[in-house]
Design a protein around this ligand. Structure first.
Ligand SMILES: [Zn+2]
Ligand SMILES: [Zn+2]
Length: 328
């Protein structure tokens, strides 16, 4: 089968791979759509620097089941499915508490095992969700990371409820999904981004207000700030916007330090929370919102599998607002 692989020299190469093998509890999914996530660029960097072995990336996957293992009971061949890239071990203490996003013993499609930049991928039956037959796979694929990560950040971690004031820092692919999820929860949403194009997209996604950092810096009563950028500047900005009982939810990774006093979080019972990945429950909620028309990933670029390198370069250059999706 055809696939795209990140190689040790930092190149992005088309390769021919054997068909993945399917265990008793696995299904073989023909990839109909694979979203291109900014994290793929970090994976490419890690492979180039030798921190990861070469890998077929792609962790936003929707497709059609072509083969079901002997113990599979959730789907049949021919079913359209959304795939969660986390393949948790199912046995550790986090998995037993259904906090599968925190599993340390599992695998992740597109990170340490073959992902969706390929014609087929093998996945555990516990990590797929059947979709209505008429669901557009190009819209379904980004739900697998962008949609479900946004849901986990806004609802599972941020606990956003009706009429709360939510500030979304960074209106990229995941940020635009977070705006829609927060609106679906009944919140008022301010989107913050320096790029005019991203501000426009944020308003189209349902944000009540779009602002730059200076305008947003005057906010002092946010209930939840979700940071999809995570520089020192956005973390400081976000922390400063929290009202009494406010929660700063940190989604993106970063290494820039910020200064913080005990008073900053103790006074008014504020919290700083990390939102890491997501669970199948988050994916199920994200898909349900999508089915009800409340969450539609903003897909602005469609390309063939062979164009992966071009699309990744565009993403790196910041010329893609919203999501790009590859269709093998
Ligand atoms: Zn992602
Ligand atoms: Zn586990």
């Amino acid at each position: 089968m055809r696939a795209i692989r990140f190689e040790a020299d930092g190149s992005i190469q088309p390769v021919n791979l054997p068909m993945p093998t399917v265990g008793p509890e696995d299904v073989l999914v023909q990839v109909l759509a694979a979203g291109v996530c900014r994290t793929d660029l970090h994976t490419l960097e890690a492979v180039k620097e030798g921190r990861r072995p070469p890998v077929v990336p792609g962790h936003e996957i929707a497709g059609k089941v072509t083969k079901a293992g002997s113990d599979v009971y959730v789907v049949n061949a021919g079913d359209l499915v959304a795939v969660h890239y986390e393949q948790p071990c199912g046995a550790c203490r986090h998995c037993r508490k259904k906090r599968t996003n925190l599993c340390q013993d599992g695998h992740s499609l597109g990170f340490d095992v073959q992902g969706g930049y390929a014609e087929h991928v093998a996945v555990n039956q516990g990590t797929i969700l059947p979709l209505p037959a008429d669901f557009d796979p190009v819209i379904a694929a980004p739900l697998g990371c962008s949609g479900t990560t946004a849901y986990h950040a806004v609802v599972t971690a941020g606990d956003v409820t009706e009429e709360e004031l939510v500030v979304v820092l960074g209106a990229g692919g995941v940020g635009l999904s977070a705006i829609q999820v927060a609106k679906a929860q009944g919140a008022r949403v301010v989107a913050v981004d320096v790029r005019p194009g991203a501000q426009k997209a944020a308003l189209e996604a349902g944000a009540d207000t779009a602002a730059d950092a200076e305008e947003a810096g005057r906010i002092r009563d946010a209930d939840v700030v979700v940071d999809f950028v995570s520089t020192a500047a956005t973390l400081q900005l976000g922390r400063g916007m929290l009202g009494v009982g406010g929660r700063l939810v940190v989604v993106a990774s970063g290494t820039e330090p910020i200064s913080l006093t005990a008073e900053d979080i103790m006074e008014g019972g504020r919290a700083i929370l990390g939102s890491y990945s997501s669970t199948m429950a988050d994916l199920a909620r994200a898909v349900a919102l999508a089915e009800n028309g409340k969450l539609t990933p903003v897909v602005t670029r469609r390309a063939s599998l062979e164009e992966a390198a071009v699309v990744l370069r565009e993403l790196e250059a910041g010329t893609i607002v919203g999501r790009a999706v590859l269709t093998p």
